[in-house]
Design a binder for this molecule. Structure first.
Ligand code: GLN
Length: 543
């Protein structure tokens, strides 16, 4: 029988509940258990694919092509294990299933209700995770904040699971915020007390409270939380701000979370075998050599819109002993303003991430060209690949107004276009080219040098692709295509030789980067950026 750990959130969103869930799963994995993690998202969307990253954060893509909540990225990065569609349960999925079943006549004669029909479907989806993964223990994080209307059926299902699975097989961890408002920094436990009350009102008594705060919890705050929430003192876990999220498992462990979990779930094996983990987590701390990367995008207002890229840069930085400082620049700033490109000179490298739509695209095309001409290290991912190609077409091949048909359907040179199989598609949800596909690398290229392999597997999320009718003219003008998929049908990587680093990929290299196993293209960008930094210093020193 699997053990279940349910993670809820109180007070407000954005507390790092996902990191707590991922860290607990990591710690339990290191005790030798087979652990899985899944996320409940109470929104009505079937999946995260159609959500605006600006409002909701990045859409994370799994190997199987599912478009998921970004917390799945955290689970994958901590557990170093690929997850799939069934690890992300949404209201959209459970409601559609119940309605589909009702139409089929499954509930004939019954009045179909939230309890028990919807909650039964929720429990089925949750149990499926343990079954599919053959897990000893499953960490289930319920998105949103306790008190939200949307999450009520899910919390009710979790309450029922405790009754059905028994108290020694289920554990509720409530993650809350303990703010400190005044200058003295007295930690205020009232919001935590209230959110525990809210949880109790719906029939759930938490077993462990993880309190997020700026500084470690004081003894007084801990005792107060224990008393008012009715949990033992050992089960109030302090989770203060840290320099790197990869330190959270060690912090939680030093607070005794593993003993608290094991005691309550009657697990005997409490010893943590850290293996390489501490060395990896330490590599993220205290790096002084700074490399500045400009990220030119459209969703720059919310760092969460590109969360996996930030992590991938941090992974590569940690591996190289560097501190990566990312500067966000709104792509539109570069449009019709030659001068604004000078802004890029403050950075050591440039990254253009994935994106959609016309706004800001001309700015990105200008930036891609500036980096190519000025020898600034450039990494393009997905949209950043497509726009680097459009830019090369215009400025290096003389193909005036070349563009992607996504941005200009009437362009005289559709260098990026829909592939035939995309033309018939009407629905926008889950219809892009998604998930992991094999890519063959061409020996002797930069890509091959970076990966040191002939075949790689990378994740995708795009509709438009390079139009190979233009391949010859591009190659004639100096571009090298170094990665292909589907027997050469699709171009996956472009690079420019005789440039410090100019490489772009149709795939999203960021999704499979892991701490301790950085993705080669990010390592390549940072290495070249560091060289540029040294060269820039040498010039200033001479002047
Ligand atoms: N908008 C582009 C496409 O659909 C790129 C997508 C992306 O960057 N994820 O192909």
């Amino acid at each position: 029988m699997p053990k279940w750990i349910f993670v809820t959130g109180g007070v407000m969103s954005g507390l790092g509940k996902g990191i707590v869930a991922a860290s607990m799963a990591k710690l339990l994995t290191m005790t030798g258990l087979k652990v899985s993690a899944a996320k409940i998202d109470p929104y009505l969307n079937v999946d995260a694919g159609t959500l605006n990253p600006m409002a909701h954060g990045e859409v994370f893509v799994c190997d199987d092509g599912s478009e998921c909540d970004m917390d799945l990225g955290n689970y994958e990065r901590f557990l170093d294990k690929p997850l799939a569609r069934y690890h992300n349960i949404t209201s959209g999925q459970v409601y559609s299933q119940v309605i589909k079943d009702e139409r089929k006549g499954k509930y004939l004669g019954q009045c179909v209700q939230i309890i028990p029909h919807l909650t039964n479907e929720i429990k089925r989806c949750i149990r499926l995770v343990a079954e599919m993964d053959n897990a000893d223990c499953v960490v289930i994080e319920c998105g949103g904040t306790v008190g939200d209307i949307e999450s009520l059926p899910f919390l009710e299902a979790l309450r029922q699971m405790r009754l059905e699975e028994g108290p020694s097989n289920t554990l509720f961890v409530h993650v809350t915020l303990v703010p400190a408002l005044d200058v003295v920094g007295e930690q205020k436990t009232k919001p935590t007390q209230h959110s525990v009350q809210e949880l109790r009102r719906i029939g759930i008594q938490p077993d462990i409270i993880v309190a997020r705060s700026e500084k470690p919890l004081t003894k007084e705050a801990k005792s107060k939380i224990a008393l008012f929430s009715s949990v033992d003192l050992k089960s109030v876990i302090s989770n203060p701000d840290v320099e790197s999220i990869y330190s959270v498992p060690e912090n939680l462990a030093s607070e005794g979370i593993v003993s608290a979990i094991c005691e309550k779930l009657q697990l005997s094996n409490k010893e943590i075998h850290w293996g390489e983990w501490k060395k990896i987590s330490e590599s993220f701390i205290g790096n002084k050599e700074e490399v500045r990367i400009a990220m030119v995008g459209k969703y720059t207002a919310l760092a969460d819109s590109y969360v996996s890229i930030n992590h991938a840069l941090a992974h590569a930085g940690a591996q190289l002993g560097l501190k990566v400082k990312v500067g966000w620049i709104e792509a539109e700033c570069f449009e019709n303003q030659e001068e604004s490109c000078k802004e890029l000179e403050k950075y050591h490298g440039v990254l253009i991430p994935g994106g959609f739509g016309k706004r800001g695209s001309e700015g990105k095309i200008i930036v891609a060209n500036y980096c190519r001409e000025k020898g600034i290290p450039y990494l393009g991912l997905c949209f950043g690949f497509q726009l680097a190609l459009a830019s090369f077409a215009r400025y290096a091949c003389g193909l005036e107004n070349a563009n992607s048909t996504e941005l200009d359907p009437n362009t005289p040179h559709p260098v990026i276009d829909l592939l035939p199989e995309q033309r018939e598609i009407k629905d926008l949800g889950a219809t892009m080219r998604l998930g992991a596909h094999e890519i063959n690398l061409i020996e002797g290229t930069l890509a091959f040098r970076l990966y040191q392999k002939k075949v790689i597997r990378e994740r995708h999320r795009h509709r438009y692709e390079f139009n190979q009718n233009y391949r010859e003219i591009f190659e004639r003008n100096g571009m090298v295509f170094s990665g292909f998929s589907d027997e050469g049908k699709r171009v996956e990587i472009m690079e420019i030789p005789n440039h410090p680093f100019y490489l772009a990929t149709q795939y999203h290299a960021e999704f499979i980067s892991r701490p301790g196993k950085a993705e080669p293209v990010f390592l390549g960008l940072l290495e070249a950026s560091l060289k540029r930094k040294y060269a820039m210093h040498a010039i200033t020193a001479r002047v």
